[in-house]
Design a protein around this ligand. Structure first.
Ligand code: TYD
Length: 133
């Protein structure tokens, strides 16, 4: 089974321009507790390099592009996000890395829990130990 689960959002735009709406438990498959966005990422910088024990997220590149790597401890897959109407669903216990940010990239992430450092696994070897169980 692929690690890359993409959600396509309806484009509600008209001749005035674009509009996309995200709603909890409708096109976002969980209760929304938090939204954050990553922007102005410096050239050559990669981010992420962690998994979450319990958190689910949907990542949407609302502007520009970036490349995600998802890894479940056995498989590793890559996808380019470059469309504001496409969300990448990231389940708990998936190692993620974000690479190749375009200069104009605005990466919005929607999450089902508040920020909690205790939910992070930031060491890949620790992730492998837990994920293969
Ligand atoms: P981090 O999760 O390391 O960023 P990334 O994985 O995207 O590279 O977060 C960077 C810092 O921001 C870290 O000190 C934690 C803090 N932070 C919050 O306070 N709230 C949040 O919702 C997020 C995502 C991060």
């Amino acid at each position: 089974m692929s690690l890359i689960n993409l959600i396509e959002f309806n484009c509600l735009g008209d001749d005035r321009g674009g509009l996309i709406s995200l709603e909890q438990n409708k096109n976002i498959p969980f209760d929304i507790k938090r939204v954050y966005y990553i922007l102005d990422t410096k050239k050559g910088v990669a981010r992420g390099f962690h998994a979450h024990k319990d958190l689910q997220q949907v990542a949407v590149c609302v502007k520009g592009s970036c490349r995600f790597i998802l890894d479940n401890g056995v498989q590793r897959e890559s996808v380019i996000l470059d469309k504001p109407n496409i969300g990448l669903y990231i389940d708990s216990m998936k190692w993620r890395e974000m690479h190749d940010f375009s200069q104009d990239c605005v990466l919005m992430v929607i999450a089902n829990h508040h920020y909690d450092e205790a939910d992070y696994i930031r060491n890949y070897d620790d992730f492998l130990t837990v994920s293969v169980k």
